[in-house]
Design a protein around this ligand. Structure first.
Ligand code: FES
Length: 561
């Protein structure tokens, strides 16, 4: 028997289906809905506004616009809440709660009577969580993003969260500006609703979601406060009704080929390292896995085309005005799988068939004149990271690509905070800073991989050093930074064995990160290693017992197929 549609879908279990239908309709009438509306296809709208999420401040207006589109196309919109993850308002990290949000989305999409769902997200972990949930629920779904912030101004200079937050904070630490000046900048960095204004994690996820086909064409980069964002929301509502009537499932859109397309666009954007984890997790929900070798091949073949901070100059508003994801896809045409399906029912080939009338080549370069001949991110392997580590070569200092140095080790985040600015710290500019126990098990993987330059070196003019950890890094950060080292220290990876004074070698050319300590000595050191205690109760306990390593996307073991 075909699955019932609309309000009759997934009736509550009372042992009497007709009564369940009767009861549901009675309660639906109590919301003032007519029989005509109750007979329409239902489009759920997964929303996550919160007074703890600045990036989602305009979500109520977007939700209204989606509802308008659903109603206009003959559907019944039903908005429902899920948890909201405001990046900078969560302790210990937003990453700890991404999987929780994905479970919330998956279960509510499956449990409630909807024929399609629009998921509105924005801040870093929300779009990955929604895509993961949608992939697992596998009901027709379409993503909408809140869009990026506009830039602010300070002394004639444009500012955007949060690359410029870090830049000004680094200047303050180096003594180049005083407290009053850094205070004046504070309320000019994030001046509108929306997600961070650079090609950070939120913007990267929005763009690669469009490339993967789960977001309507042309909608990833429209600024949050641009009226066109409301038009995009209305059109997303209409598209969701089309999906409800002619289902295309997430599993038909998120395929090995579309995931490869997303990785390619990630490389061309010089996008966030976090996207590697999130994309891996989304794909993993459908049993799709890309090997490190495949990711590196994609990176080596794909030129970097987009000149945005943190690796370049522009901001997301420039990218949108320059032509956005559509312009990048057209440049990459010969490298893409063009038969991939998108949420609007067309293939990628159809989507990019017509050339754009204008592209700002200062922001989006041609494939013949790229910013760099290869992509922004690579996976490193070696004796320090047998299962892999991620390196953003686009945001690193080329003179530090082939180096060997002395390790200066911090055992955990507390140790880092206590000693990094100690004038007595034994550290030289050519040393390699190492942070342990900041991985998924160690500390819920904070964005602590951007270790500060020790203040005595910063004041002496040192701008970059090789830094290594099992942590993540904000998509808005930059530097010669090796991240996501796996296995992490807190599960007994080789990182746990590193001691200050050991030698470490980084080779970007060979894609290697090696601990130059004899294997037997590493094994001897690890004999005394003990795992940290698992929390006794609640979500923290579930998280620690279930979270996988970075190369598996930090998903929970019981959520993967
Ligand atoms: Fe939400 Fe940066 S704080 S995207």
């Amino acid at each position: 028997m075909p699955e019932p549609l609309g309000l009759d879908r997934g009736l509550t279990n009372y042992g009497d289906r007709d009564f369940a239908r009767y009861l549901r309709r009675s309660m639906a009438h109590s919301m003032g809905l007519s029989n005509e509306l109750l007979g329409r296809p239902i489009v759920g709208i997964a929303v996550s506004p919160s007074d703890f999420n600045n990036c989602h401040r305009y979500m109520p207006e977007l939700t209204e616009a989606v509802s308008r589109g659903v109603l206009a196309a003959g559907g019944l919109p039903r908005a429902f809440p899920t948890i909201s993850l405001g990046e900078v308002f969560l302790n210990p990290t937003s990453m700890m709660f991404r999987n929780l949000m994905s479970m919330d989305v998956e279960e509510m999409v499956r449990a409630q009577p909807m024929d399609a769902v629009v998921m509105i997200g924005g801040c870093d972990k929300t779009v990955p969580a929604q895509l993961m949930g949608a992939a697992s629920a596998n009901r027709p779904a379409i993503q909408l993003v809140t869009g990026p912030m506009m830039t602010g101004r300070h002394r004639g200079e444009r500012l955007g969260a949060c690359t410029d937050c870090r830049r000004f904070w680094a200047k303050f630490r180096a003594g180049e500006i005083d407290e009053a000046e850094v205070g004046r900048v504070e309320n000019r960095l994030a001046i509108t609703a929306g997600t961070c204004a650079v090609m950070g994690t939120a913007s990267t996820m929005a763009c690669i979601t469009e490339a993967m086909g789960m977001l309507l064409p042309g909608t990833a980069a429209i600024p949050a406060v641009d009226a066109q964002r409301l038009v995009a929301a209305e059109e997303t509502g209409r598209a969701a009704v089309r999906l409800a009537r002619n289902p295309i499932l997430p599993s038909q859109i998120i395929t090995k080929e579309s995931v490869e397309n997303a990785f390619r666009v990630l490389m061309a954007l010089g996008g966030s390292t976090n996207a590697v984890i999130h994309l891996t997790a989304v794909a993993g929900r459908l049993g799709i896995h890309l090997t490190p070798e495949r990711i590196n091949a994609i990176s080596d073949e794909t030129p970097a085309l987009v000149d945005l901070k943190p690796v370049g100059e522009g901001y997301m508003e420039d990218f949108n005005a320059a032509g956005g994801v559509g312009a990048v896809l057209r440049e990459l045409r010969d490298l893409l799988h063009l038969d991939c399906m998108t949420v609007d029912g067309t293939t990628l080939r159809e989507r990019i068939a017509e050339p754009l009338d204008w592209v700002d080549r200062r922001v989006i370069r041609t494939i013949a004149d790229p910013i760099s001949p290869h992509g922004g991110l690579i996976v490193l392997r070696g004796s320090l990271a047998p299962d892999g580590a991620v390196f953003k070569r686009a945001a690193a200092t080329p003179s530090l690509f082939e180096v060997e140095g002395r390790a200066v080790v911090f055992d955990n985040l507390e140790d880092l905070a206590a000693r990094i600015d100690d004038p007595a710290l034994d550290v030289l500019p050519n040393d390699i800073l190492v942070l342990k126990n900041a991985g998924p098990h160690g500390a819920t993987m904070p964005e602590a991989g951007y270790l500060p330059i020790p203040s005595k070196l910063a004041r002496a003019g040192v701008k970059d050093m090789v830094r290594i950890s099992d942590a993540r890094m904000s998509g808005t950060a930059y530097g010669t930074i090796v991240l996501h080292v796996a296995p992490e220290a807190a599960v007994g990876g080789p990182l746990a064995a590193v001691r200050s004074g050991d030698r470490i070698a980084l080779s970007v050319a060979n894609k290697r990160i090696d601990l130059l300590v004899d294997e037997r000595e590493v094994a001897r050191r690890l004999e005394s290693w003990r795992p940290p205690a698992v929390p006794a109760r609640g979500y923290a306990s579930l998280y620690r017992r279930s979270v996988l390593q970075a190369p598996q996307g930090c998903d929970f073991d019981f959520l993967t197929p």
